[in-house]
Design a protein around this ligand. Structure first.
Ligand code: BEZ
Length: 202
């Protein structure tokens, strides 16, 4: 049995859980719930991931794997390699990086507000992070809709988890406005069993 260190709020952990479900390996992974924050790293997380982050996948027969992109690729390789298809691997990895890039900015915004006292929150910086998210959403609509409409892959999973995280933590930003094609795509993608089984929560 593999063990996944993570929690139900982390979109990076969600990527791994969706991948495990899509590749039919969910019953081989036990989720170990840990509470992390930028200023509090539990010892079991530091022990598993040298930079103190989640997710980390502990394997009985090999080294512990991190981060989410390594784990998703490992799970996919174990299941036959359909989510990182060799003939499109650079596109898939770039799409995955786009989803992860949205997440990095969106998560940083949450941390800025969660960790700093209210009068120290840097609103200019928050807006600059949101501008990166907006830019990526526009790029997805301009360049990636045909890829997103193809067979499921790791890039689609990353984008799906990123949009789910925007709904979870930034509903006030209304990402759907001006992004109708992405909204339509996500309405279908979020109905997958793997997405419904991993809706984020605190
Ligand atoms: C969150 O609570 O939004 C969160 C938790 C873990 C990792 C990233 C984000």
């Amino acid at each position: 049995m593999m063990q996944l260190l993570g929690n139900a709020a982390s979109p990076y952990v969600r990527k791994v859980r969706v991948t495990a479900l899509e590749t039919d390996q969910d019953d081989e992974i036990e989720m170990i719930a840990v509470a992390t924050s930028p200023i509090n790293t539990p010892p079991e997380v530091s022990a598993a991931h040298s930079a103190g982050k989640i997710p980390a996948l502990m394997r009985p027969d090999g080294c512990t794997l991190y981060d989410s992109r390594v784990i998703t690729r490992y799970l996919d390789a174990r299941a036959g390699g359909l989510l990182y298809r060799e003939n499109r691997v650079w596109e898939v990895l770039t799409l995955e990086a786009t989803g992860d890039g949205i997440l990095d900015s969106a998560v940083n915004m949450v941390y800025e507000k969660r960790v700093r006292p209210e009068d120290k929150v840097d609103h200019g910086w928050l807006e600059a992070q949101w501008a990166k998210v907006e830019n990526a959403l526009t790029a997805l609509e301009m360049r990636w809709m045909s890829h997103l409409s193809g067979p499921i892959d790791a890039g689609q999973i990353a984008v799906g988890c990123a949009l789910g995280y925007l709904d979870f933590r930034h509903p006030d930003r209304e990402w759907r406005k001006g992004h109708g094609a992405l909204d339509d795509w996500y309405a279908v993608f979020s109905e997958r069993e793997s997405m419904k089984a991993t809706v984020p929560g605190d």
